[in-house]
Design a protein around this ligand. Structure first.
Ligand code: CMP
Length: 136
């Protein structure tokens, strides 16, 4: 989860992608109270990345600054090697470490079986601004 120049730039994307990210944020209990300007910034700065079968996207216990939205595919959430659940397209993840300034609470990976096409939008988050809003 390296921070690069790419993470701080705006990335043009089609209407459908923008809508998917916006809807995902509005469906997330921790993010739905963000100001619309902040939501717009997240939407604009996110860029897509492809992941392969069995690939780990977020590792439990790591420090992380990135927020993710699944665009396509299915991901597995595990903690202490136990499967907590699955997430599908249109779902936000990685918000907890940013909002609570904690280590990643779980691992998120591409399953080792089934469809291998997984695309996630991601961006580095500015923690302080987001926390203030989420607390309201
Ligand atoms: P974060 O802790 O930053 O990184 C791991 C992410 O997995 C976490 O944010 C949530 O987005 C997600 N997550 C954590 N626990 C669960 C759970 N029990 N079910 C589904 N998703 C979870």
């Amino acid at each position: 989860e390296e921070a690069s120049k790419k993470e701080l730039e705006r990335h043009p994307k089609d209407f459908r992608s923008k809508q998917l990210i916006k809807d995902a944020i509005n469906e997330n209990d921790f993010l739905k109270n963000l100001e619309s300007a902040q939501v717009r910034e997240i939407v604009d700065c996110m860029y897509p990345k492809n992941y392969n079968k069995s690939e780990m996207i977020v590792k439990e216990g790591d420090i992380g600054q990135a927020l993710y939205v699944i665009a396509e595919g299915r991901l597995e959430v595990t903690k202490d090697s136990e499967v907590l659940g699955e997430m599908n397209g249109g779902t936000v993840f990685g918000e907890l470490a940013i909002l609570y300034n904690c280590k990643r609470t779980a691992s998120v990976k591409v399953p080792s079986f089934g469809s291998s096409i997984v695309v996630c939008f991601q961006t580095i988050m500015m923690r302080t601004g987001m926390m203030r809003q989420a607390e309201h």
